[in-house]
Design a binder for this molecule. Structure first.
Ligand SMILES: Cc1cc2nc3c(=O)[nH]c(=O)nc-3n(C[C@H](O)[C@H](O)[C@H](O)COP(=O)(O)OP(=O)(O)OC[C@H]3O[C@@H](n4cnc5c(N)ncnc54)[C@H](O)[C@@H]3O)c2cc1C
Ligand code: FES
Length: 288
């Protein structure tokens, strides 16, 4: 199947009509919601996302992409629930934050390619803003505490470098710690952790390691941060994958609203749809 075919990755997609089972504020303007979506939960891999919309609502009409934060089992032990974390920002997230439990939602997924499960000694997840959301499942898979129908336990150590403007915006840190990752926090105002930027913390961390030949970096967050994380990794010869968060309308390859400039094998670049040919790309392929 050609990479330009709309079914390229979306052909596994399932649509669920379901309800909000949890929708709680977990940090400043940041919410965690839970829906029952077993058909999606049972096949998702780390780094994939769902499109979600409030059912029966005119505005916004178009769904929003949210990374899959967690997959939880039902009473029979099989994957049943999906948790998403969202930052209250514009029309969808404001309406969702104000929606009571039991509100009808439509979601479709899993979408996108997901992170690769390339083995390494140390996985460093460098995230900022609301970019932490695809990382919990990836880190758990890497250290082997959760698996997703593909190899797990492919890293010996997992580290998280997580930055935000201030402490109150950090969301999900207890889950990262509970998962056994080494967590390094940084904030712009120094309200917790180091008063430093994620790419600088990453660069310092890579420089203090004796051997970076088996280190992998993954990143998600503001584009300027990801570009600098990609630069810091490239300068040190470290493998880096980015999760692009270009705005999406359909999520299934049809509308071309989500394109990013991606380098081809011949050195030229072309537009790629991040929903079906991403959102994960090798960092050195992105034309920032
Ligand atoms: C693969 C992927 C994964 C993602 N994962 C997550 C995730 O896990 N969590 C998360 O929170 N987000 C995630 N996003 C982003 C998410 O899809 C939405 O873009 C985001 O939540 C904002 O949606 P919204 O409807 O609330 O805001 P929108 O209404 O779409 O607004 C977006 C921005 O535009 C501004 N804006 C809106 N209307 C106007 C206007 N009229 N004039 C000027 N500015 C305006 C808003 O203030 C806001 O800054 C992801 C995106 C992608 C592509
Ligand atoms: S969001 Fe429509 S093609 Fe990607």
């Amino acid at each position: 199947m050609s990479a330009l075919h709309a079914d390229f990755y979306a052909d596994q997609m399932v649509q669920h009509e379901t309800v909000l089972e949890q929708n709680e504020c977990i940090a400043e303007a940041t919410y965690r919601l839970r829906v029952s979506a077993p058909a999606i939960a049972s096949i998702a891999v780390p780094g994939q996302f769902v499109m979600i919309r409030l059912a029966g609502v005119d505005a916004p009409l178009i769904g929003r992409a949210l990374a899959i934060w967690d997959v939880l089992p039902g009473e029979d032990g099989k994957p049943k629930y999906i948790d998403l974390i969202y930052l209250k920002k514009g029309s969808f997230t404001t309406a969702c934050a104000e929606s009571p439990l039991g509100t009808n939602v439509s979601l479709w997924g899993p979408l996108g390619n997901g992170f690769s499960a390339r083995p390494c000694d140390r996985l460093i997840m460098a995230v900022g803003g609301i970019g932490q959301t695809p990382m919990l499942l990836l880190g758990r898979e890497a250290i082997g505490s959760q698996s997703f129908g593909r190899p797990s336990g492919w890293a010996n150590q997992v580290e998280l470098i997580y930055g935000a403007r201030r402490e109150s915006l950090l969301a999900g840190v207890p889950d990262f710690r509970q998962a056994g990752f080494e967590v390094q926090l940084c904030t712009d105002d120094g309200s917790t952790g180091r008063q430093a930027l994620v790419p600088d913390v990453l660069a310092a961390r890579l420089d203090e390691l004796d051997d970076t030949s088996s280190v992998r970096v993954v990143t998600c967050g503001p584009e300027i941060m990801m570009e600098k994380v990609a630069d810091a990794s490239r300068q040190r010869g470290v493998d880096c994958q980015v999760s692009m968060e270009t705005p999406m309308a359909c999520g299934i390859g049809i509308c071309f609203s989500c394109v990013a400039k991606v380098k081809q094998d011949d050195g030229q670049w072309d537009y790629k749809r991040t929903c079906v040919e991403g959102p994960i790309f090798d960092a050195d392929k992105i034309v920032w």
